[in-house]
Structures are given as structure tokens and as C-alpha cells.
Design a protein around this ligand. Sequence first.
Ligand SMILES: O=C(O)COP(=O)(O)O
Ligand SMILES: [Mg+2]
Length: 229
Amino acid sequence: MSLAGLFSQRWPGVALFDLDGTLVDSAPDLAAAIDSMLEQLGRRKAGIDNVRQWVGNGAGVLVRRSLAGRADWEPATEKDDALFNDALAMFYHAYGNLNGQHSVLYEGVEECLTRLADYGCRMGIVTNKPEQFVAPLLEQMGIEHWFDISVGGDTLPVRKPDPQPLIHAMTELGGTRGTTVMVGDSVTDISAALAAGIPSVAVRYGYNYGAPVDSLGADAVVDSLAQLL
Ligand SMILES: O=C(O)COP(=O)(O)O
Ligand SMILES: [Mg+2]
């Protein structure tokens, strides 16, 4: 389906947005919090280039990957749960202080949200970021007023790539599968949209574990959210 096909007939509708890597480049603060945690544990810092590739499945997985030093950590080999619990608490504490400080909106985001709101589109956030960090980040970025709902990684019992968070947000916003679109930066978002039966748009500039987004199965791929318009 072309972007024009997705958007020409059906607005006003519902637009669901992923947060990290789609609306906000939050990697600097996530990396600083991860490095603070690793330093407290006497380990080597991971650095932003690694952290960028580990974001996308929620805070717990990010911490697990950081402790393992790689993206493909094996849950079965991660035995030291006391270490994980300590590390997670350190990360939450550090990120609570750093959240939003060095994060920035991507180019095209404000223009896109403003125009979609003008069209009468209702908008929601569907992120794997823990819920407690979502509203403060949206406020810090000055975009909280555009969103009528935000679903975090721990809001429901399941998170993306499970389709439920998308279906929940769509339903709350009065959307249907024919009038809703999911916009995200990673396979997690596009897989959730495919499983939900909702059209999707992938952005090229986000994280996606360091891999290209062109073959994820999104209905459209854009370099800037301004292209959605
Ligand atoms: O916290 C994460 O893992 C990423 O969050 P996202 O779903 O907004 O990309
Ligand atoms: Mg993302």
C-alpha cells in the first residue's frame, strides 16, 4: 500500500507512535543511565553506540543486554538475578534523573504532529519504555498535549511485539483497523502492527538494533515524519 493510499482517504483517524527512536532520540540519556549503572557495578561503560542497538524491548531487556554486553543475550544463561535486580534499580534511579536532559525530537516530528492534529487525527504513544518515564519525557520535549493516550512497556501484561498494546490504544481512541496507523523505528513496532492488522510506517533514522528497516514489512518507509504529510 502506498503512503498516499494509507493517508488520502481515511483521515481523520488514529495515529499511534513509538517513542524512542521514532519521536525522540533518547539514546544519550539511556546510555548515560546505563553507563552509570555499569560504573556502579565496577564494569566497563557500554557507550552510546552499543546502547542505541540495545534499545527497543523495554528497560529490563536493555539492562540484561548491557550486563551481557551484547544484543543477543540468552535469558537461560543469565543466572545472577540479584545482580540483575540491583542493576535494574540502579538504571531506574539514574534514568529518572537523566530522562530528557540530552534527548531531542527528531526533525519533522513537531510539524507532523501539528498537521495531524489539524486534520482531526487522534494520537497515542505505544512504547516499550516503562510508563513512569513516558509522561516526563513527553513534557520535557513539549509534545505531551498531542497525545490522548500513552501505553508504556509495563502498562499492560504484554508489550510490543505483542499486538495488544496497539489494539488497546486504538480502541481507546475510537479507531478501527482501517483508520489507524502505527509509526515506529524497529522490527518490534512493525511486527506488532502486522500482528494487530494495522497498517504501519517505519522511520529510517531510528534504532532498530542497528539494522535497516526497509524489509520489515511496513506499508511505507520514510526518512522524516514530515514525509507522512
Ligand atoms: O524502552 C525501550 O526499549 C524502547 O522504547 P520504544 O518502544 O519507545 O522504542
Ligand atoms: Mg523505538
